[in-house]
Ligand binder design. Structure first.
Ligand code: SF4
Length: 310
């Protein structure tokens, strides 16, 4: 279908159905351009909580749309492609996590928002990479903690908070794929550049980063730091928003170990969403997120604690 037709139809349907399009920074450029709001996990959760729309079209991955539904039981939450998963969420199944948690009965559970409703329901706190340090700092220092499902973020938090965390051994396929050798090669050619990295990256990447932060943290850092060249170690989708915000700066995506065509790291899960799928999902109001009410209430409690603390 013609792109202009799709854009016009999406805008028409959005108005007709009182829908809002929330898009993650890692979405395709076409989707970012048509979204009402672009953000990272925390910003999108907050937006989902305050929207007056009847339908939330969540252009992101499944756990994000599910979080929006947990916060908005009376709204219809749809996503362009049901197959938009996440290696962190998919690698932490409820039965396995329950058995893991049972090994540490005196620990509280802090989970990164990249997990399913079932895992959130087994958690005491949910966090994002923006507020994880704050959430852990709010827990009494003698209280033992399980952190799941991202071991790279967990390792980073252990160093930052000086707390010992029992880690679930999950990882993000995108952030663990950055090549240190290729990154250093780029850095040697651009010695004035600053390296900005997401804490889902492996520790050898974080060690050489000038700035470590969430997706929105990286965006703010690049917008405000006087440096003009940046190597960006997170999903390459954020370069679209950044190149509009700071066109005068040079943004180099950190390279992946894979020999991919874009020489950067893209999340295949995020990129299954397309403008065409967004159009069909808004037209048919499907696929729709459905969550049983008792599960939703249990998953809501740790999210509400996070939102109150952030
Ligand atoms: S970039 Fe990583 S953490 Fe984010 S959705 Fe993709 S697989 Fe999950």
């Amino acid at each position: 279908m013609d792109k202009n037709f799709l854009v016009q139809e999406i805008l028409r349907l959005k108005q007709e159905k009182n829908a809002v399009i929330l898009a993650h920074y890692y979405q395709n450029e076409d989707i970012q351009d048509i979204a009402d709001f672009i953000g990272d996990s925390l910003e999108l959760s907050k937006k989902a909580q305050t929207t007056t729309a009847d339908i939330i079209v969540f252009a992101g991955v499944h756990f994000m749309a599910e979080t929006a539904k947990i916060l908005n039981p009376n709204k219809k939450v749809i996503l362009p492609d049901w197959e938009a998963g996440c290696s962190l969420a998919d690698g932490c199944g409820p039965e396995d996590f329950k058995a893991f948690k049972n090994q540490y009965p005196d620990h509280v559970v802090v989970t990164y928002i990249n997990c399913s409703a079932e895992i959130k329901a087994m958690s005491d706190f949910v966090c994002t990479s923006s507020n994880a340090k704050k959430i852990i700092a709010s827990i009494p220092s003698d209280q033992k903690i399980i952190f799941a499902p991202d071991q790279n973020l967990g390792n980073y938090l252990q160093k930052e908070t000086k707390r010992e965390l029992v880690l679930w051994k999950g990882s993000c396929v995108v952030h663990e794929a950055f090549s240190l050798d290729k990154l250093l090669e780029i850095y040697l050619k651009n010695p004035t550049a600053k390296i900005a990295a997401h804490p889902e990256s492996e520790s050898h990447i974080l060690k050489i980063a000038h700035y470590i932060g969430s997706t929105s943290g990286i965006i703010n850092f690049i917008k405000t730091d006087p440096t003009t060249v940046f190597i960006v170690a997170t999903e390459a989708g954020i370069l679209h928003e950044l190149s509009k915000a700071v066109p005068e700066k040079t943004l180099i995506p950190a390279p992946s170990t894979e020999d991919n065509t874009c020489a950067c790291s893209e999340c295949a899960f995020m990129k299954v969403n397309t403008l065409q799928k967004l159009y069909w999902c808004l037209k048919n109001e499907s696929p729709e997120i459905q969550i049983k009410e008792d599960l939703r209430i249990d998953a809501l409690k740790p999210i509400e604690k996070m939102l109150a603390l952030s």
